[in-house]
Design a protein around this ligand. Structure first.
Ligand code: SF4
Length: 280
């Protein structure tokens, strides 16, 4: 069985940067906390925790000198205000690409209703919404377009969560154009997301089986899985080598592997190693 690992598999720039920021603080004498998951990968979160960088779910008064790291997905403005009020020094690991989206969203809200195409409740979406004076409308899918609530809106500008797929964006925009007279899309999907989504299409047709590797709460991994599964039914979403069932590869000549943007290289190496030993 030939094993083909996607060229764009694994960490993106924003994830590498956020992890580097955490590691640079691993030897700090002061307590170092991360608000939520630094990136959506359980292995990364666990490894950082072993280095003393603890995840906290909420912000509470902190010991003097404590450091709070904001994750790669960003956070609303009020989170920064609260963290400072609780005594934290903030290290902001928000991906620069996400911060670009903040700037665009703030510019657009001056004269428009802002719509975000993204996953409701995702940290990145909450962070974007938390930059704005007026609550934006978040839409997840074409089916989720709230037609009656949108009917009174004459003008809107649409931005996208960094991990969205083109087909979802197009599907939602098609519906919105029929409801809102003046509507324009500012596609703020990240370039690496687009590269990965393009590559997964070819990987899916060129291989008998496909493994998508990433944690269950990783939005970009979910999109990769959705795209691949539609095109190749022998697609499996795994978090690590432990999830693999060798029966998946019966009569398969080629297997394609794509890791989400927050999946460490070591996880993919373990998968390749297992599959390579099976072919011998
Ligand atoms: S996927 Fe793009 S926006 Fe998200 S962390 Fe990576 S580089 Fe940044």
């Amino acid at each position: 069985m030939k094993i083909n690992v996607a060229k764009s598999s694994g960490f993106c720039f924003g994830v590498s940067r956020a992890i580097d920021i955490c590691l640079s603080l691993a030897d700090s004498k002061n307590p170092v906390h991360v608000l939520g998951d630094i990136v959506h990968n359980n292995h990364v979160v666990r490894e950082l925790s072993e280095k003393g960088i603890r995840k906290v779910k909420s912000i509470r008064p902190a010991k003097k000198g404590s450091i709070l790291i904001i994750s790669a997905h960003g956070a609303p403005k009020e989170t920064f205000t609260r963290a400072r009020a609780c005594g934290y020094r903030i290290m902001d690991a928000t991906c620069p690409k996400v911060k670009d989206t903040y700037k665009i969203a703030k510019m657009l809200e001056k004269n428009n209703t802002v719509i975000i195409i993204g996953d409701k409740g995702h940290t990145e979406v909450k962070g974007i919404a938390g930059q704005l004076k007026k609550k934006p409308i978040t839409i997840e899918s074409p089916r989720g377009v709230p037609v009656s609530a949108l009917k009174k809106i004459k003008k809107a500008r649409v931005i996208t969560q960094s991990t969205q797929s083109l087909s979802n964006i197009n599907g939602i925009m098609d519906r919105l154009k029929r409801i809102i007279p003046d509507i324009k899309l500012y596609d703020t999907t990240c370039r690496i997301t687009t590269v990965k989504q393009k590559e997964i299409e070819s990987l899916t047709v060129e291989n008998d089986c496909v493994l998508i590797c990433g944690s269950v709460d990783s939005a970009n991994t979910k999109r990769l899985y959705q795209i691949a599964k539609k095109m190749n039914r022998r697609t499996h979403w795994i978090e690590s080598v432990k999830d693999i069932k060798l029966t998946w590869f019966k009569n398969a000549q080629k297997v394609g592997i794509m890791a989400g943007a927050s999946t460490p290289e070591a996880i993919v190496e373990e998968i390749v190693s297992l599959l390579s030993s099976e072919k011998d």
